[in-house]
Write a protein that binds this ligand. Sequence first.
Ligand code: MG
Length: 175
Amino acid sequence: MPLLAPDRYLTDVHAIDLAALKASGVRALLLDIDNTILPRDTNLVPPELAAWATDVVRQGFKVCLVSNNWHERVRLVAAELGFELVAKAIKPLPFAFWIATRRIGVRARHCVVVGDQLFTDVLGGKLIGARTIMVLPLSATDLPHTLLLRRLEARIMKGAQAEGPTRTTRGVDPT
Ligand SMILES: [Mg+2]
């Protein structure tokens, strides 16, 4: 099993087929925050994300946010969405993911890790034996070392195209 190859590569979380995920045995989502569900520079939860979060819960999935971020902002986001949170995660190390799976009571093999980075989210997800979905980063703003890693990611992904509609084609205002 290649450690640096996501099981799916999608435009964003809205492109996830929740029904198919459920049918494949997935019971929980371990979600990255920065540039996966929200751009790094905001803590305002847009209505589209709130609606998606409600849908995920209504379809019976457990959710835990797993973020390397340690700022108060990620707590506010978790509280607003009503999701569990493991912050200061030091992904790709597996410890925070293990804490997350224990907190929501779902084994790693029934979890899918969703994130925008190959070397933190996808690698970490693979290390715990979860399934992985990589999404395009929501904004070009990120930490300097992340921007460097993205160049390496691009080489490994070899021009792979993310599947699914973009925010623009869905008619969502990108701001
Ligand atoms: Mg991220």
